[in-house]
Write a protein of this length. Structure first.
Ligand SMILES: Cc1cc2nc3c(=O)[nH]c(=O)nc-3n(C[C@H](O)[C@H](O)[C@H](O)COP(=O)(O)O)c2cc1C
Length: 216
């Protein structure tokens, strides 16, 4: 089994990377291969809502010139997805937001091949706002029917300068537990889905709550 981890911090070897590395070490110790991809600081395009992915249905976003399509490809191949972003103004970085929006739409346009894969997220923060950033990443998993791995506390590591998260021993403990729990969930799903395959979902209804009798 394999987990693809995506680091959306512009600081390649910063605190987010340190936290992701910690989770990946635990996953590897439990027989799960890991790969960390860095998208932070790279030019990535946001979703423009063109819905071309719903026409082509080729598991790709129409913007082929940046890293996002290769990330989507890796996520589709993997059994688990680990997202990491520093907290920027109480939220995720621009790069992570682009990844989430475009991955979400491409997956939904293609019958949601990410359903059933395990998701987990971590964030590095100097002081406050991490909860909201963490929630932003969890939203992708919620909508795409991806079971979310959890830990003993919030998946947050404190630190300002690169490497400072190393001194947040409770944060590191949460990362270790997250790695263990994610591996456990993936193994359970792999074993259990032999007898209990992921159910077929009904996505046929789509409403926007505009009543026809209110239209001009
Ligand atoms: C643009 C920007 C916005 C930030 N916003 C916050 C914030 O809202 N709350 C906070 O505690 N730290 C904030 N920080 C600090 C980072 O979250 C912190 O330094 C983190 O460890 C960076 O992780 P990295 O080393 O992986 O890049 C911000 C940093 C930057 C550059």
């Amino acid at each position: 089994m394999q987990v693809v981890a995506i680091n959306a911090s512009p600081r390649r070897e910063g605190n987010t990377h340190l936290l992701l590395r910690r989770v990946c070490d635990r996953l590897q110790a439990r027989g799960i291969e890991t790969e960390i991809i860095h998208i932070g600081g790279k030019p990535v395009h946001g979703c423009q809502g063109c819905r071309t992915c719903f026409e082509t249905r080729d598991r790709n976003c129409v913007f082929g010139s940046d890293l996002i399509n290769s990330c989507i490809g890796k996520m589709l191949e993997a059994d688990g997805v680990l997202l990491g972003s520093p907290t920027y103004f109480s939220d995720i970085t621009t790069e992570m937001k682009a990844l989430i929006d475009r991955t979400g739409y491409v997956s939904m346009a293609n019958g949601n091949p990410l359903a059933g894969k395990v998701g987990a997220a971590v964030t590095a923060v100097r002081r406050a706002g991490a909860q909201h950033a963490l929630d932003s990443m969890h939203h992708l998993f919620s909508v795409l029917e991806m079971p979310i791995a959890t830990s003993t506390y919030w998946n947050i590591g404190f630190g300002a300068a690169s490497g400072e998260a190393e001194y947040d021993s409770e944060g590191l403990q949460a990362m270790d537990n997250l790695g263990n729990n994610m591996a456990w969930l993936m193994h359970c799903i792999q074993t259990g889905s032999r007898q209990h395959p992921f159910p077929e979902s009904d996505r046929s209804r789509r409403m926007n709550f505009i009543r026809p009798d209110c239209l001009p």
